[in-house]
Write a new protein. Structure first.
Length: 449
């Protein structure tokens, strides 16, 4: 048995056999040997360009030397990585830096290890601060898979079989201020938790004044505004936070994913002093909400080093420039094809939205595959791009939108290569049977396994 087969078998036996099956069906089960910047190198000598970034984890690129070196140095120091009974210096330093960049009234950070955990903390803090139980979230939202976060998920698929969920949660359409105000006016809502740009819902960029007005309404009715910047934060869309594009001053912000350079789990909930005081307001409540690994030295060092790299190399500005370049090139190449509806996004968080074809020949094939599984069309796209050397995925709550979110270090030639590959795939879905034959092959593999 080769090393790769053995590794697959062990994972299959002891971790998640269905994940291995799925990767096999999608023909994405490839062993990687080295990942640097945008490039992933496979055991059989291929170079794949990462246009997914681990769902916006790898803003600084894979294994950025500046972050790797900082972590090695931190380990070599043999310092107090996690005593649980001292003041962790690095946590203070990172909190100060994150709050100063986030701006507004955000002055405190609670650290944890995942985005979901950050959302859980936001739920608890909102309830503690307002004395209310209600939680509003937006249609299509993705806030994580722990029970509290799951109670705020836009697509019920994720919740099925795991109930009951948290009580007093309600969904509002993203972008609809009238419905939002109706719900807020009940004065039962502790928080409105929303992504400034919805990622898994299909890279939905709100109207210019949506968040600003939502914030005003939240204040009017005593509800906290919590912005989930787990995918959009850390310069992904250009500014430090995507909400900086929309002139907001939220009560809390959740950061995770890119916060620690894709190397050590880390997340942060940034909050105002007022919110913080309602949670940790007395000596006996000093540890009322905490998490063992939250302020560990390596995670904090990774956060500091990641910020340093993102800022030293101006990756926020680069995200704006490269994002515009990529969207322009994609529009030049793809607009006009009947199945391409829109290319949209901000900075390097972008999506290509596909729609059902009108032409009868294409529609028959499209509908047949949609009937087998609504994600089938998107997965054939992903497979075809992978065959051409690009790692991508469709959005988790909207299978008709292909994410285009490379690391912020992506270069123009790499973007050009992607546009060319996307052009070939879109051309093939409109003009040849190859794309649809591939879908049939995938359908067969699903049946066979
Ligand atoms: C916007 C958003 N919030 C929260 C989460 C949950 O983060 P984690 O997977 O680190 O728990 C995700 C995960 O994809 C996300 O995209």
């Amino acid at each position: 048995m080769t090393r790769t087969v053995a590794a697959n078998t062990r994972y299959q036996d002891c971790v998640n056999p269905q994940w291995v099956r799925l990767l096999n069906v999608l023909q994405l089960n490839v062993p990687y040997t080295r990942c640097l910047g945008t490039a992933l190198y496979t055991e059989d000598g291929r170079r794949i360009l990462d246009f997914l970034s681990g769902y916006c984890v790898h803003n600084a690129g894979h294994n950025h030397p500046g972050i790797v070196e900082a972590l090695k140095e931190e380990l070599d120091q043999c310092g107090p990585a996690m005593l649980q009974s001292h003041v962790p210096e690095l946590a203070g330093e990172l909190a100060e830096k994150l709050c100063s960049r986030a701006g507004g009234r955000l002055r405190k950070a609670f650290f944890c290890s995942s985005g979901s955990e950050g959302v859980e903390a936001a739920i608890k803090f909102s309830r503690a601060h307002t004395g209310r139980t209600g939680l509003l979230y937006a249609e299509g939202a993705f806030h994580g898979l722990t029970c509290g976060a799951l109670s705020l998920m836009g697509d019920p698929f994720w919740r099925d079989g795991f109930g009951p969920m948290l009580p007093d949660t309600e969904q509002v359409p993203f972008g609809d201020l009238k419905v939002l105000e109706e719900k807020l006016a009940t004065r039962k809502q502790a928080a409105f938790i929303v992504e400034p740009i919805q990622s898994e819902a299909g890279i939905r960029v709100p109207a210019e004044r949506y968040l600003e007005t939502a914030q005003r309404l939240c204040r009017r009715y005593g509800t906290l505004l919590v912005l989930d910047e787990v995918q959009t934060g850390m310069y992904r869309t250009g500014p430090f936070l995507a909400s900086h594009l929309f002139r907001t001053d939220p009560d809390m912000v959740v950061l995770a994913k890119a916060l620690s350079g894709g190397l050590i789990p880390s997340a942060a909930l940034l909050a105002t002093d007022e919110v913080y005081d309602s949670v940790y307001g007395s000596l006996k409540r000093a540890l009322i909400h905490t998490s063992t690994y939250s302020e560990n030295g390596l995670a904090m060092r990774a956060g500091l080093a990641t910020l340093n790299v993102l800022e030293r190399y101006g990756l926020g500005d680069r995200s704006v420039v490269m994002g515009e370049y990529l969207r322009d090139r994609l529009r030049e190449r793809l607009v006009g094809y009947e199945m391409v509806n829109e290319i949209r996004g901000a900075g390097l968080l972008n999506g290509i939205e596909f729609v059902a074809p009108r032409k009868l020949t294409l529609r028959v094939a499209f509908e047949a595959f949609m009937k087998i599984h609504p994600a089938m069309f998107g997965q054939v796209l992903v497979m075809q791009l992978f065959q051409r050397g690009f790692l991508t995925q469709v959005c988790g709550n909207n299978f008709m939108v292909l994410k285009v979110a490379p690391p912020l270090v992506v270069t123009e030639p790499e973007a050009d290569e992607f546009v060319q590959a996307a052009g070939e795939v879109v051309e093939s879905m409109h003009s040849s049977t190859a794309f649809w034959t591939e879908a049939l092959g995938m359908a067969r593999r699903v049946m066979d396994i």
